[in-house]
Structures are given as structure tokens and as C-alpha cells.
Design a protein around this ligand. Structure first.
Ligand code: UDP
Ligand code: MG
Length: 321
């Protein structure tokens, strides 16, 4: 029996790229090599993450025109990671494997045949990995390097230069769905699921049209989530810092005592001020890191839903068969 594939595409205000994206994805699904490996119940699933442009009406129109094109509409914007998650959760009910890919054609669709092949050779997860970052701005390249470097130092097993372009088998997706955290950081969690995996390399292109939906503020909070969801290293760092400062102040005490005995009485004002400001700063820093973790506990304990589906043209596309 052939394995059914669902391609999950999160879309947030992507009216400028959708038609082209759909054209390319459709032709890949109809590609001869791919057709030999996938079943006739394969689908493209666009997840409209609360767009306020014409994204949803384009998706509806495309799905009326073709039986393999389907869509999900969120009731509001829930974010990229949740759009991916919703698509995968849906796919886990009907598909043997799912590929997640961005809507803007930055990820090369031409490696999909190789990804599907890797799946049929027994891999449960196939990571698409960028072989360079030439198309990124200097700033994005450097911050990404810093981020992956930090994550690695803190012992989080992430695939460098791999974003959210990957293939997952049905059982790998079901494994992923068991991770119930609200602040989902997919690329950190997927390696934790295990199973046999492999990488496929590609060159990442420039966005086909439109602007990035990840402004700096969103990127920073994404990175912060990534760090604090996976590691308590920042808390530990604060402990080391505390120890260091205590040692330093002991040194300072000895120095003051000795100079007192020797009769070199210092005015004392500057050392006092320096220590007050320094300790104050360190305490604030420590508090903010602790606050970040407590905030995480706060949002996780509420167990709020991660997305709300307003319309579902994916499930119904199977019932009609
Ligand atoms: N996206 C989304 N919800 C959001 C922001 C982004 O579904 O709140 C989608 C977006 O439509 C695209 C993908 O996530 O398909 C990646 O976003 P983008 O290309 O803007 O990010 P960049 O490539 O600039 O990091
Ligand atoms: Mg992009």
C-alpha cells in the first residue's frame, strides 16, 4: 500500500505568494517519482493563522479547484508554531507522513521527492537543512549563529540550520503530540522524540513575495522561549555569578581590614557605592531570570488551548471520498 502524504503550510497574510506556492507544491505532488511513493489520499493543507488579508479566500478558491488542496482556518492568529502543530495534529488522523514547509517558497520544494524517498527507506524524521545562509541579512545570520551556539552550550540537541522544514512519519507526529507544553518550540522537541532520522540539504532562497512575518520582537521572544523551555542553565549561571560575587566581596573585606590595620584609612565612599550598585544590578538580573521561569510555570499551568479551528476543509476532504 502506498503511503499518504500531507504537506502542511502555515500561512499568515500570504496572499502574495499563495498562488505560486500552490502551483509549485501541486506540481511536486504530481511529480512522477513522488507519485510512485505516495497514495492517492495525499493532500496539501494550508493553515490560515488568522490572516487579515485575502489568504483564506484564496485557500477556499484553490481547494474548490483541486481535490488535493485543503485548508484549516484559525479563529485568530495563534503563531507559526501552533499553526504547524494544528496541521500536524490533523494530518496524524489521515496521513502516513507529513511535511511542514513555509508558505513563502524560501524552502526549496524540489527536495520533497528526496524527503519522501528517505521516508520510504525507513526514516521517521527527515530534516531539511540549509547548506548556507547567504540569502539572510548579516544581522539575521549573526543572531541565528549566536542563538544556535547558546542552545548548544546549554546542552539542547538542535539540528543547526534546520528550521521547520521537515518530514515526519505518523508515529513521530503522534510522539510529538504527547508534548503538551503551551510554548512549543518544535525544532527543539522533534529530536527528543527519537526514531531513525536523516538530513536532506538545500539552498534557502529569498522570500518569493511579501515581507517577513517575523519581526525582531517576535524573533527575540521566540529565542527566549527556546532557551527557557529547554534548559535551566541560565538559573545555574546566576548561581555561579552569586558565588563569584561573594568571593569578591570577601576579598574586598580582607583588603579593607588590612588597610585599616596598616592605618591607610580610605574614605570608603567609592567602594561602598560600587558594591551597592553592583549587587543591586546582579539581584535584578537574577530576579528577571527567575521571573522568566515562573512566568513559564504560570502560562503552562493554565493549560490554555494552543489553537482554535474555525473552519476545517481538510477532514471533510476525506469524508467525501
Ligand atoms: N507564519 C504564521 N503565523 C505567524 C507568523 C508567520 O503562520 O504568526 C508563517 C508565515 O506565513 C510563513 C512561515 O510562518 O509561512 C514563516 O514566516 P516568515 O517567512 O515570515 O519568517 P522568516 O522566513 O522571515 O523567518
Ligand atoms: Mg520566510
Amino acid at each position: 500500500m502506498l503511503s499518504n502524504l500531507t504537506i502542511v503550510v502555515p500561512c499568515y497574510n500570504e496572499e502574495q505568494v499563495l498562488l505560486e506556492t500552490n502551483k509549485q507544491l501541486t506540481s511536486i505532488i504530481n511529480d512522477q517519482i513522488v507519485q510512485k511513493l505516495i497514495g492517492s489520499d495525499s493532500r496539501i493543507l494550508y493553515v490560515d493563522d488568522g490572516s487579515y488579508d485575502n489568504t483564506w479566500s484564496i485557500i477556499e478558491q484553490l481547494s474548490d479547484e483541486s481535490s488535493i488542496v485543503t485548508g484549516l482556518k484559525f479563529s485568530r492568529n495563534f503563531g507559526h508554531q501552533n499553526a504547524l502543530l494544528a496541521g500536524l495534529e490533523m494530518a496524524s488522523k489521515h496521513a502516513n507522513m507529513a511535511i511542514t514547509i513555509d508558505a513563502d517558497l524560501q524552502d526549496d520544494v524540489n527536495i520533497i521527492p528526496r524527503m519522501v524517498e528517505a521516508y520510504s527507506n525507513g526514516n521517521d524524521v527527515v530534516y531539511a537543512v540549509r547548506n548556507n545562509r547567504d540569502t539572510d541579512t548579516f544581522f539575521k545570520r549573526k543572531t541565528a549563529e549566536l542563538f544556535y551556539g547558546t542552545m548548544k552550550k546549554m546542552g539542547v540537541d538542535m539540528i543547526p540550520n534546520h528550521a521547520d522544514y521537515r518530514l515526519m512519519s505518523n508515529r513521530a507526529i503522534k510522539g510529538l503530540l504527547k508534548y503538551s507544553e503551551r510554548n512549543l518550540f518544535l525544532r527543539g522537541i522533534v529530536p527528543l522524540i527519537g526514531y531513525q532520522s536523516t538530513k536532506v540539504y538545500y539552498a534557502r532562497k529569498k522570500r518569493f513575495a511579501g515581507t517577513s512575518k517575523y519581526p525582531l520582537k517576535k524573533m527575540l521572544s521566540f529565542a527566549m522561549d527556546g532557551i527557557t523551555s529547554f534548559s535551566i542553565a541560565p538559573i545555574r549561571m546566576i548561581m555561579y555569578l552569586g558565588v563569584l560575587i561573594v568571593l569578591m566581596s570577601v576579598g574586598l573585606m580582607i583588603y579593607t581590614l588590612v588597610s585599616h590595620v596598616l592605618g591607610n584609612v580610605t574614605p570608603g565612599w567609592s567602594s561602598l557605592m560600587i558594591s551597592i550598585w553592583f549587587i543591586g544590578g546582579v539581584q535584578l538580573l537574577a530576579l528577571s531570570v527567575l521571573g522568566e521561569y515562573i512566568g513559564k510555570i504560570f502560562t503552562e499551568t493554565k493549560k490554555r488551548p494552543r489553537f482554535e479551528i474555525e473552519k476545517d476543509k481538510y477532514s471533510s476532504s476525506f469524508k467525501n471520498d
